[in-house]
Design a protein. Structure first.
Length: 367
């Protein structure tokens, strides 16, 4: 029977690498920014040769830290959140932290469950984007009670409650104001909007920006030219069909996925983009530039936002004073989906009736 190999210690690694044990600790815990790269490489090589691994639980007992941050997002299939998480993971690793990712699937009960799970895993901090369900009055109170009882720092990313908590988000009102100004500059005054859930501050603030831009031109946005749904393709298909019937010359979708749905509804109606109707998106997803008619949109600075999220949560973890997190502006991206109709305005009856806020399941339009 072979004798069990003796488990390597931090002193063994230090001896092999020719450095001190504290230096080994700094390198293996990701706090080696001030050390020469050659020294770091020697330590990592020595640790690999000796099959040395830091014991996270043992380290946590001594330092009261796990160097892990929990991240809860509402829909990882949403291109904005998947890209944001990727950047957060890369950025936070630079400071010696890892993440545990949870996907709530837009369900409040999953939010609560994952927050408790992450707290039970002793994460050092929590980055939270609540589900749309978590913004109803009852669920919002439940969420606030849960977060108040946490003994770990947390911040809201993208979606937040207006009455408390550190938050990092794009400036939705200013961004949608800029998008609407762009449509107005191109002669569009009959504009329809496809919004996300209006329980979310992101959607409400985008709608506020649209109304402000129109108001400054002496125009208004009729309620029945606002279609409320999810930030998804199906909402774009159904909302686009309704707005095309209203005679709008431009549709401003509050997500690129919704805008892709508008392309589909225009195709079904025999409408050409941008000749018959212009389309504006929000996000600048990876596919928006390669559509048959590339989509004009508002680009969310996802990498910048992710860096700001990491800076803020690490400052909270270390209990450091910090400036208020930045409210990042989105960037207007001009492509081919918005036509200039200033010289060719059509006179059509526009938007009468009651607001339409029906959400039709995705499978309905696939039949």
């Amino acid at each position: 029977m072979k004798e069990a190999r003796k488990k390597a210690t931090i002193k063994d690694v230090a001896l092999r690498a020719g450095v001190s044990p504290p230096t080994v600790s700094m390198v293996l815990n990701g706090k080696d920014a001030a050390l020469p790269e050659r020294t770091c490489e020697r330590v990592r090589a020595a640790a690999a040769e000796l099959d040395y691994n830091t014991d996270i639980l043992a380290r946590a007992l001594v330092t009261r830290k796990t160097n892990i941050v929990g991240v809860v997002v509402p829909d990882i299939s949403n291109a904005f959140f998947s890209e944001a998480v990727r950047h957060i993971q890369v950025e936070i690793a630079r400071y010696g932290y890892d993440i545990i990712l949870c996907n709530s699937e837009e369900r409040a009960e999953n939010d609560y469950r994952y927050i408790r799970l992450l707290a039970g895993r002793n994460v050092d901090g929590l980055i939270l984007t609540p589900s749309a369900e978590a913004f109803t009055a009852e669920n919002a109170e439940k969420m606030k009670r849960l977060l108040t009882g946490l003994r770990i720092p947390y911040l809201f990313f993208d979606r937040y409650y207006a009455d408390g908590g550190t938050r990092v988000a794009v400036d939705n009102e200013a961004s949608s104001y800029a998008a609407t100004q762009y449509l107005l500059e191109n002669g569009h005054e009959r504009i329809g909007v496809i919004a996300g859930p209006l329980t979310l501050n992101s959607s409400r603030n985008r709608l506020k920006g649209v109304r402000r831009a129109l108001s400054e031109r002496g125009l208004s946005l009729p309620d029945d030219c606002v279609y409320e749904g999810k930030y998804d393709f199906a909402t774009g298909v159904n909302g686009g069909a309704m707005l095309l019937e209203k005679g709008v010359t431009a549709v401003f979708a509050f997500s690129d996925m919704q805008a892709y749905g508008v392309y589909e509804s225009a195709k079904r109606a025999g409408k050409r983009i941008p000749d018959d109707v212009s389309v504006m998106g929000f996000d600048d997803n990876i596919y928006s530039s390669v559509l048959e008619v590339p989509l004009s949109t508002m680009r969310q600075p996802v990498e910048t936002i992710a860096k700001e999220v990491c800076r803020a949560i690490l400052a909270l973890i270390e209990d450091e004073d910090m400036e208020a997190p930045a409210c990042c502006p989105a960037q207007l991206v001009r492509r081919s989906s918005v036509a200039n109709i200033s010289q060719n305005k059509k006179k059509q009856k526009f938007c009468e009736g009651r607001p339409s806020r029906q959400v039709i399941p995705a499978w309905n339009y696939l039949k």
